[in-house]
Design a protein around this ligand. Structure first.
Ligand SMILES: Nc1ncnc2c1ncn2[C@@H]1O[C@H](COP(=O)(O)OP(=O)(O)OP(=O)(O)O)[C@@H](O)[C@H]1O
Length: 755
């Protein structure tokens, strides 16, 4: 079946003043429409749900937070009245549609919205506060009247929480998290968007792009958008930070405008089938995509963009889904929501776009099962698609910076290449994706290099046992840089973060076992413009998609387990035309893996020359070892101090766990006796346990002395004698490497710009 082709109007815009064309655009309503001031029922006020980023889901108390503008609270005796001159929505509205969520008494900070006609009894039965009808017709919950003091307190709490939310937003000024805010604040500063005119976009889209400040499309946007607008399935490949989100986000908005642009506001309020389903491998990325697309749509009353990523109740998400135009989620939670509700599942079948962002990750490892379940459910046989040749009407858009070689060749339709290890699953996957065209359009804007243009890569050779020392040295050589350190294990994140903090650096942790609130706090602090030198120690949970402004340096504390992970990790810096460095700490036992990795990542470059004059892609950086050794006493001391803290904390956890288990069994537990009984046993982990015991054994006094000693060391200046700073000689020659040349791979070479 040929893809649905619709004639598109030429763009009206050229220059900075995009003209209005085809759609009616409905600006957000001014809540303060002029009417005489009058008391209004609390539940009829135009409450706005305070949109919290998805990553705030378990941020205790944010649930259901709502705000309202232009309302005075007047107390008359024991009664509270809400007076406003604002136009209030018709009281008989659809509760679901307003986005109001009420989880029962005591849970919601906002007020339940009820239908005027609804008997008070039935409200009470659903768990809401009974209300008292005032002379003026205002319905006020009894608790409001009796607990005016409490209300005042909760108002203060609201203000505090709102301020906190705003602070968080401000903290990440340079990230897409904040584009929405920027769009509103800088509404006056429109820029020339004539460079977009080739893409034939709606005037609203051009205005939004102008307000966001994107003067021209990035290469992936220039190439992928026309193909998607023409109705094709697209597989898009472009380096990290090159604007892939809007490469699919803009056509989705265009389609939405095409379908709904003529609807009036009342019609827009009616539920409709969603237009797009976007799958993301991580919760943080899903949240970020949501904010990015919301930013594009923020001048419109709709489309409604919903994130479905866990943390909120499934019921709440199902309600949100009923009004959502664009749904962005992680496969696990999406599948849970879809499979639990047939109505939602059915409406998903009507989507016009299925997007797989970070597709290679989505279609492998832990997500594969749910992703294929979701696709299967979208295609599930109905009367309409009973025959075997069923072709979905939706377009499938698949994006990533990296694709498994076999998949890439297959998608590009380039001959019969031997598929790699999991070739079979790739083939299966291609079938599963169920493109509506025989062959999707393959858009590869960086066939030579997967790495961002402004990225410099380097590696530092050091013994495995000295990685902490070299890490610290590297950080000192790069002061005041926002640095992201990747490790391969949660344990390392837990160990390194306090170590760096003990050494006086501002380090934060991020891994999947942290509660969402703590994850959110780490990202907030790391991305704060007030802390340009902050450090984030993370597992690969932060490797894909995160768009945090100002990251100058990525350090791979461990060699990544796969080449694509190296590409994505390194891609957290040098985004959107910015510069950045990626440095790999390489122990002798990692050299073989590192050679393989470099060969994979830069293979095309080495074969073709890659348009790059230099044949060296990853420079081996020899740090001045004398300087590094001068830093050793600091690191040794800091390790003792940090390890002692970790061991004590761990002991506390272990004790609690054993105590609970002992209680369950009804036996007495004495930790000293327990240790003594187990102390004599030899076995796996005995050495580590002894070290932990030693670390725990440090008395308060001893710890204080160590801290004093470290303080003194940290206050000393370290001599980095200019002549000793860089020892230069060799380079990593990729061509030689690919030829299998032996030679010295790790040389002492010109640095990548240490200061
Ligand atoms: N046309 C444009 N002009 C300028 N900046 C842009 C443009 N399009 C997107 N950006 C910005 O570029 C940055 C990277 O975009 P995006 O996150 O979409 O990259 P990506 O290609 O998806 O990266 P990754 O592969 O790491 O997920 C974002 O901060 C985004 O706001």
């Amino acid at each position: 079946m040929a893809p649905e082709q619709k004639k598109r109007a030429r763009p009206a815009a050229s220059g900075s003043q995009p003209s209005n064309k085809r759609q009616k655009i409905f600006p957000k309503q001014d809540p303060a429409a002029t009417l005489p001031k009058r008391p209004v029922a609390v539940d009829a006020l135009p409450w706005n749900e305070v949109e919290m980023p998805e990553m705030h889901d378990d941020a205790e108390g944010f649930f259901g937070l709502e705000e309202v503008e232009g309302v005075e609270i007047i107390r008359e005796g024991g009664l509270v009245k809400f007076v406003t001159s604002a136009k209030v929505p018709d009281a008989d509205y659809d509760e679901e549609f307003t986005g109001f969520d009420y989880d029962g008494p005591g849970k919601s900070i906002g007020f339940p919205k009820t239908k005027d006609s609804e008997p008070i009894d039935s409200v009470a039965k659903r768990g809401k506060q009974p209300t008292e009808v005032l002379a003026d017709g205002c319905k006020t919950p009894h608790s409001e009247i009796k607990n005016a003091g409490k209300k005042e307190h909760s108002k203060k709490e609201k203000v505090k929480k709102k301020a906190k939310a705003e602070k968080w937003q401000e903290g990440s000024k340079e990230t897409v998290f904040n584009v929405i805010k920027g769009l509103e604040e800088d509404a006056e500063e429109e820029i020339d968007v004539s460079a977009w005119s080739e893409l034939d976009l709606a005037s609203y889209t051009l205005t939004a792009l102008s307000k966001i400040g994107f003067a021209k499309p990035t290469p992936i946007q220039s190439e992928a958008i026309p193909e998607i607008l023409a109705g094709h399935d697209v597989v898009g490949k472009a380096s990290t930070g090159s604007g892939k989100t809007l490469a699919f986000g803009i056509p989705i908005l265009e389609k939405w405008l095409e379908i709904n642009g003529e609807l009036d506001e009342d019609e827009l309020k009616k539920p409709r089938a969603p237009i797009a389903l976007i799958l993301s491998p991580t919760r943080e990325l899903a949240h970020q995509l949501t904010e990015h697309i919301k930013a594009l749509c923020s001048g419109l009353t709709a489309p409604y963009v919903a994130a479905v990523t866990g943390g909120l109740s499934v019921q709440k998400q199902q309600r949100q889904l009923r009004k959502a135009d664009i749904i962005i989620g992680t496969p696990g939670r999406l599948w849970e929501v879809m499979s639990a509700n047939t109505e939602v599942g059915e409406s998903f079948k009507k989507i016009k776009f299925l997007v797989m962002d970070e597709a290679d990750r989505l279609l492998t490892e832990g997500h594969f099962k749910e992703a294929t379940e979701i696709i299967g459910a979208l295609d599930r046989q109905t009367d309409a698609n009973e025959d075997d040749d069923y072709i979905p009407t939706r377009q499938t858009l698949v994006f990533s910076a990296t694709f498994h070689k076999g998949l890439q060749q297959k998608l590009a339709g380039k001959g019969k290449h031997g598929l790699m290890d999991d070739g079979e699953s790739m083939e299966y996957l291609l079938k599963k994706l169920n493109f509506r065209e025989d062959k999707p359009k393959f858009v590869d804007v960086n066939p030579i290099s997967q790495m961002a243009e402004g990225l410099k890569e380097g590696l530092v050779e050091c013994a495995g046992t000295e990685k902490d020392l070299y890490l610290y040295s590297l950080l000192l050589y790069h002061p005041n840089r926002r640095t992201l350190i990747f490790t391969n294990s949660i344990h390392s994140v837990r160990r390194l973060t306090p170590l760096l903090e003990t050494l006086g650096l501002k380090a934060h942790a991020l891994h999947s076992q942290m509660i969402q609130k703590a994850r959110m706090r780490s990202i907030e602090r790391f991305s704060s413009p007030k802390a340009p030198g902050s450090i984030l120690v993370a597992t690969d949970v932060a490797a894909r998609g995160l768009d945090i402004g100002g990251i100058n340096l990525v350090i791979h504390y461990h060699l990544p387990r796969a080449a694509d992970m190296y590409v994505h990790r390194s891609g957290r810096t040098a985004r959107a035309d910015a510069q950045g460095s990626s440095i790999l700490l390489c122990a002798p036992e990692e050299v073989v893996g590192m050679r393989r990795l470099v060969a994979k990542v830069h293979a095309q470059n080495a074969i073709t020359g890659g348009g790059n004059n230099s044949k060296y892609y990853m420079r081996s950086l020899d740090m001045d070892r004398k300087v590094v050794q001068r830093l050793k006493p600091r690191v040794t001391l800091a390790k003792k101090i940090a390890d002692s803290g970790i061991a004590k904390e761990k002991k506390g956890h272990d004790d609690d766990w054993i105590k609970n288990a002992a209680e369950e069994l009804g036996v007495d537990y004495d930790s000293e006796e327990f240790d003594a009984a187990g102390g004599g046993k030899k076995g796996r982990g005995t050495g580590r346990k002894l070290k932990e015991k030693e670390a725990r054994a440090l008395t308060k006094g001893e710890l204080g002395a160590l801290k004093g000693e470290l303080r003194a060391l940290l206050s000393e200046r370290v001599n980095v004698g200019v002549s000793e700073r860089y020892l230069t000689s060799g380079t990593v020659d990729i061509n030689e490497l690919l030829k299998g040349a032996k030679g010295e791979f790790l040389g002492q070479v010109d640095g990548i710009g240490m200061e």
